[in-house]
Write a protein that binds this ligand. Structure first.
Ligand code: ATP
Ligand code: MG
Length: 257
C-alpha cells in the first residue's frame, strides 16, 4: 500500500506551548485511519496543518508525493484532500444544494472570465457539478431538503451536510474532525455506516478524528494516538485498546477532570 499522506516530524508551537511535537505518521491509499487522543491532544491542530489552515513550525507534509505544508487550503483541496470541521460550518442562509455546490467549486472553480461572459463551457460545467451535487445529496439522504436554507436543518443533518460539502470536492483523502460529536446513538451509528459505505463504494481514504471509541474501533483499520501534542502509540484497534500508554493518557484526563 503506497502512502497517500505522509506527516513527517511535524511540530506546531503556540507561544511556549507545543500543540504538536515531532509527529510522524502516514495514511495509505484505501485505509481508514483513526487519529485519537484526549482533549487538547493536538488532533485538530494536526488537521489544520495538513489541510493548510496552519503552517507547521517545523516538519513536512506530503500528499501524493507533493510537499503541501504551507500551501493555501484551496491548493490542497485542488490536489484531492478535503476535510470537515469540528464545529458545524454550513452557510445557514444558503440552501443545502448551494452549500454543497460551494464544496464542488473548492475543487474546480469556474474561471471568473468564463462565468462573466456566461460561456457555454461555464454553463456546462455548472450543470454537471449541480447534477453531481444533487446525486451526492441523494446519497447522503439530504435530497428532500436541498432547497431549504441549511441553517433550518436539524443538527444531525447539518453534520451530514458538512460531509457532503467535503465530498463535493471529490477528494481522495477525506479528513473528518469529530463527525459524530453531538449526535444521538442512532445518528452516530448511521454516520459510521455512511463513512464505511463511502470508503467502499467511492474508494475514498479516510482520516478520522473521533472521541466515540466504539465507532473508531469499529471502522478504523489502524489508529494513531496523540497526547499533549506527541504521538504515543500507533497500531491496530485491538493493540490500541490494550496499550498501556493509551489507557493511562485517557485515565489521566479523567483524573484531571
Ligand atoms: N490557535 C491557537 N492558539 C493557541 N493555542 C492553540 C490554538 N489552537 C490550538 N491550541 C492549543 O493547542 C492544543 C491542542 O489543541 P487541539 O485543538 O489541536 O486539540 P484536539 O486534540 O483537537 O482537542 P479536542 O479533542 O478537544 O478537539 C491545546 O492546548 C489548544 O489549547
Ligand atoms: Mg479538536
Amino acid at each position: 500500500m503506497s502512502a497517500l499522506l505522509e506527516v513527517d516530524g511535524v511540530s506546531r508551537r503556540f507561544g511556549g506551548l507545543y500543540a504538536l511535537r515531532d509527529v510522524s505518521f502516514s495514511v495509505g491509499e484505501g485505509e481508514i485511519v483513526g487519529l485519537i487522543g484526549p482533549n487538547g491532544a493536538g488532533k485538530t491542530t494536526c488537521f489544520n496543518v495538513v489541510s493548510g489552515t496552519l503552517a507547521p513550525s517545523t516538519g513536512t507534509v506530503r500528499f501524493k508525493g507533493h510537499q503541501i505544508a504551507g500551501l493555501k487550503p484551496s491548493a490542497i483541496v485542488a490536489l484531492g484532500l478535503a476535510r470537515t470541521f469540528q464545529a458545524t460550518t454550513v452557510f445557514p442562509t444558503a440552501t443545502v444544494l448551494e452549500n454543497v455546490m460551494r464544496g464542488a467549486f473548492a475543487r474546480t472553480p469556474v474561471s471568473p472570465l468564463a462565468s462573466l461572459f456566461n460561456t457555454g463551457a461555464a454553463r456546462a460545467g455548472l450543470a454537471a457539478s449541480e447534477e453531481r451535487c444533487a446525486r451526492l445529496l441523494e446519497r447522503l439522504g439530504l435530497a428532500p431538503f436541498r432547497h431549504q436554507p441549511a441553517g433550518e436543518l436539524p443538527y444531525g443533518h447539518q453534520r451530514r451536510l458538512g460531509v457532503a460539502i467535503a465530498l463535493a470536492a471529490q477528494p481522495q483523502l477525506l479528513m473528518l474532525d469529530e463527525p459524530v460529536a453531538g449526535l444521538n446513538p442512532e445518528e452516530s451509528a448511521e454516520m459510521g455506516r455512511l463513512i464505511r459505505d463511502l470508503h467502499e463504494t467511492e474508494k475514498v481514504t479516510v482520516l478520522l478524528v473521533e472521541h466515540h471509541m466504539r465507532l473508531v474501533m469499529g471502522i478504523c483499520h489502524r489508529i494513531v494516538v496523540l497526547d499533549h501534542g506527541e504521538k504515543i502509540a500507533e497500531g491496530l484497534p485491538a493493540e490500541i485498546r490494550s496499550d498501556r500508554s493509551v489507557i493511562e493518557a485517557y485515565l489521566g484526563t479523567e483524573e484531571e477532570a
